[in-house]
Ligand binder design. Sequence first.
Ligand SMILES: [Cu+2]
Length: 113
Amino acid sequence: MKKTALIVWLACISSGAFAHSRVDTTTPADGDVMSEVPAQISFDFADDIRLTRVEMTHAEHPSVQLDLGDQKSFDRAFNLPLNDMGAGTYQIEWRGLSIDGHAMQGGFTFEVE
Ligand SMILES: [Cu+2]
């Protein structure tokens, strides 16, 4: 029995981690270069996820947590207002939980000229 549980667990972290952590698209997309700071960022996940934390880092500012508002239940699409910090590179790091309770995380960056 213990062996079975271990195999299931390993399957979840090996295949599961990749399957769950896939973000289909973000807006802006990873690596985008923009002329204006977007008012919001969007995530579209392949499967339902519950976002638990989204952090933004910009230049030498300390990281700030983006407001999830009422978007705290399982969903595939999220829109979060973005703090305007002017030109520079914005780094977004997100954390969440998949339906099966798997911890997920990822990130993307974009640049405002
Ligand atoms: Cu899983």
